[in-house]
Design a protein around this ligand. Structure first.
Ligand code: ASP
Length: 436
């Protein structure tokens, strides 16, 4: 097949053209045209992916858990999965903290720039602070309480409540395991056929991906820059070093941590792994949502990487909801950066608190755009840094959100391949279809 017919190249072309179009549109003052006529196509693509996220999580987790044959297997795979998820998140946080302490991006932000940023983004920051204050005002056990839905339909009515859907699905899967097989069969058949239908829907939606990604990129640039490209340049001058530290951390985590895991714990090569996952990473980059990317991640892991349905349908929906290494790393860097900019010193104890709260926060962060910065407020408060400081970094948040979402999705897929390999559930490479 010629290279340009491969899906990931088509998406890359869409992404690059979207970037170029967005920059030209900002320079020429076409922001009205872009947001009226181009951006809606990106919104449609995003909505189509989100549309199938809840049914996919529900169907795949219920069948995933119920197909594990017994509770022992469930606790083994579940325990392993959660332990690796937590472990990699802690490694990501440590990488972020080491880099931000060594490179000190906050030390070089001039005082006048700091004030300007805080004034410009004060209103947006206030909205985020309000949401975070509501979360922080609750009791210590609230994260556990809010995991349990009081009404299934309410839980399924918002992609932000995915953790509640995950809870219901695992609970239902366990109950199905515990009733006689012949009684469970009809319901399992329904969910299995639901899964097949959804995977086919993903394939259809992905035909539209290059255009969707083009429109999302053009729309994102317009929403950040409007008709004034100089504004982005000024922001990047002030916050460029901070962005570089976050990016350096994300790249280090993806290449060193995930690279080592794939290389030594699975039979796949790093090149094969990245090539197979590329379309999911590109969709993650352009949608900034690991929830919206989940259908694509599942399809790539099963069809291109050979992860068994049993493993992928359990590990990936769980990962998209609770495993966010990129978000955690970004939160650690951002918290210390804000403290540095404000001339505050965070001692070792405070940095350990960041690790602890960020692990919990990354579990509670919804897999939607911009969720990470809201949870950052809780981390800042835990170490006594004024949370209004998020105004400093809001201007570049969307750009970093796109990048951290790629890491989040890559982390989920890495763990899926590792768990599948450890369970003897990774298809032999020779049995995989020719990659597209
Ligand atoms: N956008 C991220 C995701 O969906 C979450 C965040 O860090 O805001 O994975």
């Amino acid at each position: 097949m010629p290279w340009y017919k491969k899906l990931h190249w088509q998406i890359i072309i869409g992404l690059v053209l979207g970037l170029i179009f967005g920059v030209i549109a900002a320079a020429q003052g076409w922001s009205g045209f872009t947001s009226d006529w181009i951006a809606p196509w990106g919104e449609i693509f995003l909505r189509l992916l989100l549309l199938i996220a809840v049914p996919l999580v529900l169907g795949s987790l219920i069948t995933g858990v119920a197909s594990l044959s017994d509770l022992k297997k469930l606790s083994r795979i579940g325990g392993k999965t959660i332990a690796i998820y937590m472990g990699t998140t802690v490694i990501a946080l440590i990488i972020g903290l080491v880099l931000v302490n060594l490179l000190e991006p906050g030390a070089g932000v001039p005082e006048d720039m700091r004030q300007k940023l805080q004034e410009t983004y004060a209103d947006q920051a206030a909205a985020g602070l309000e949401t975070a204050a509501q979360a922080a005002a609750r009791g210590p056990l609230d994260p556990i309480v809010s995991m349990v839905p009081g009404n299934f339909f309410e839980a399924a009515s918002s992609n932000r409540n995915m953790l509640q859907v995950v809870f219901f699905a695992i609970f239902a899967g366990i109950a199905l395991l515990m009733i006689p097989r012949e009684k469970a069969r009809p319901l399992l058949d329904v969910f299995e056929s639901l899964n097949d239908m959804i995977i086919r829907m993903v394939e259809i939606i992905m035909l539209f991906a290059p255009i969707g990604v083009f429109a999302l990129m053009a729309g994102t640039i317009t929403s950040i820059a409007g008709d004034d490209l100089g504004q982005i340049m000024e922001l990047l001058r002030a916050l460029g070093f901070y962005c570089i530290v976050v990016l350096l951390g994300l790249i280090t985590h993806m290449t060193v941590t995930y690279g080592t895991m794939v290389r030594f714990l699975t039979p796949r090569s790093i090149g094969d792994f990245m090539r197979a996952l590329a379309p999911a990473q590109l969709v993650a980059f352009s949608t900034s949502s690991s929830g919206a990317t989940l259908p694509v991640t599942m399809e790539r892991c099963e069809k291109e990487l050979g992860v068994s349905e049993e493993v992928s349908s359990f590990v990936l929906p769980l990962g998209a909801t609770i495993n966010m290494d990129g978000t955690g790393l970004y939160q650690a860097v951002a918290a210390v950066f804000i403290a540095q900019t404000m001339g505050m010193d965070l001692d070792l104890g405070a940095q350990m608190t960041i690790v602890f709260t960020a692990v919990l926060a990354s579990i509670g962060t919804a897999a939607v755009p911009g969720a990470g910065i809201i949870m950052l407020v809780i981390i800042l408060e835990s170490v006594g840094v004024p949370s209004a400081g998020i105004a400093l970094i809001l201007g570049v948040d969307r750009i970093l959100d796109m990048c951290r979402t790629v890491t989040n999705v890559t982390g989920d897929a890495t763990v899926a391949v590792v768990v599948a390999a450890s369970e003897g559930q990774l298809l032999d490479k020779s049995l995989l279809p020719v990659s597209n």
